[in-house]
Design a protein around this ligand. Structure first.
Ligand SMILES: [Zn+2]
Length: 411
């Protein structure tokens, strides 16, 4: 509901209608993005072909964005020994959100609740010199949260999360610049994805045993985040009790069409885990860990994108970027040749032959596809296409290679 609206007014009815229309669960099913099956379990969605295509486009984009900004990518297993999480502090502060341990031959393993401990051990896999810092490690990896069935829904609350994660190991005097650079990446990615942040939140420690009890450490890490927010001239709200157990966070909040808020992107400063894992550089100096996620968990991101775009994704993200529409069966061979050229040029494309209905009906069925390539007798004779955009405007005979070049993300 918009500010000043009351239930029962016409605008309330319209906004409620929009909320239902854009619900990612309804649209996600209609678009073939994801599905859940009680036999697999709630909170464990499967990505259908259209969803897997969107996910791959996002993964490729984020990977390339990180690569261009000095990150090295790693891969690590989705489980680890219970001792790993005792060492990291998760066991003492975060056990409520973790799946119980599995006993294998007398050893206990848990599905990981975060990627940080694995990355800390990758840092520690050999000695590090001062000039290696900042060392930026990134991974798009699985993590698990033991949510109860009652709170699970669609892609927004899941038990298996594919997280765009990254950890920057740096000298203390580099931390503020790395936090700021992480916010640059987040803002660039949001612009490319068509996401509007609702607000920035500085998430601080709260009372109780969920947070590491070391006031001096918290004061130090909070100072870094405040300095960066001030320098960037960013408005933000402060909220106690929303920090990570090991340190404060800058959270970038988004809202769904019903106005419910959640965190998408985050940057955190951590002086705790480097000590727990005895990380060092130059023979004895202690690095700082900056934890950051540019686009958060892929599940929540895609849920938000479905709702924000109403299913009409930007061309680079669309599950199907081009549909080839022969006017009649006579143009089918020419249309098949156009399809092959689209696929070879890198477009996600498909063919909707005349047997599926009138041209108008086929255009309506593909109304969310950015480019509709009509092949009539003239185009078939000339080897071209008549490009119609999904807003109904005509682009004329554009080579498919040019469409493909225009359907890539910008960095
Ligand atoms: Zn982390």
């Amino acid at each position: 509901m918009l500010p000043g609206e009351r239930p029962g007014t016409r605008s309330f009815a319209l906004s409620t209608q929009r909320t239902i229309m854009n619900d990612h669960r309804r649209l996600g099913r209609e678009l073939g993005i994801f599905d859940t099956d009680p036999l697999i379990g709630s909170g464990l969605p499967c990505w259908l072909p259209a969803g897997a295509a969107v996910r791959k486009a996002i993964e490729d984009y984020v990977y390339e964005l990180e690569r261009r900004n000095g990150y090295q990518h790693v891969n690590s297993p989705v489980l680890g020994k219970r001792e790993l999480y005792e060492r990291s502090g998760h066991w003492a502060h975060y056990a409520d959100d973790m799946f119980p341990p599995m006993n294998v031959g007398g050893e206990e393993f848990v599905l990981r609740p975060s990627l940080c401990p694995h990355h800390a051990l990758i840092y520690r896999s050999r000695g590090r010199s001062r000039r290696e810092l900042p060392l930026r490690l990134a991974e798009l990896g699985g993590m698990y949260r033991s949510e109860l069935s009652g709170v699970l829904g669609g892609l927004t609350r899941v038990r298996a999360i594919q997280l765009n994660d990254g950890h920057i190991f740096c000298a203390p005097e580099q931390a503020a610049a790395e936090v700021s650079a992480s916010l640059d990446l987040i803002e660039a990615a949001h612009a490319q994805l068509g996401i509007r942040a609702a607000r920035y939140r500085l998430s601080l420690r709260g009372d109780g045993g969920k947070f590491v009890d070391d006031p001096a450490m918290w004061a130090r890490s909070e100072a870094v985040l405040r300095e960066v927010l001030k320098e960037r001239g960013r408005d933000y709200d402060e909220e106690r009790g929303e920090g990570a157990f090991y340190g404060p966070k800058i959270d970038i909040q988004i809202t769904d069409p019903a106005g419910r808020e959640s965190t998408l992107s985050t940057v955190q400063v951590d002086y705790f885990q480097p000590g727990r894992f005895d990380l060092s550089y130059a023979g004895g100096e202690r690095p700082v860990m900056v934890h950051r996620s540019v686009v958060g968990g892929i599940e929540r991101l895609v849920a938000h994108l479905i709702e924000a775009h109403g299913g009409a994704f930007p061309a680079w993200l669309a599950p199907v970027q081009a549909v080839v529409l022969p006017l009649s069966d006579t143009e089918l061979p020419a249309a098949e040749s156009v399809l092959r050229r689209c696929l070879a040029a890198g477009l996600r494309a498909e063919l909707a032959p005349a047997g599926r209905g009138s041209l108008g009906a086929r255009i309506r069925a593909h109304r969310l596809v950015p480019y509709q390539l009509v092949v009539g007798p003239r185009e078939a004779a000339g080897g071209g296409v008549a490009v119609r955009r999904r807003d109904g405007s005509q682009a004329g005979d554009v080579p498919v290679e040019q469409l493909a070049a225009g359907s890539r993300p910008l960095y």
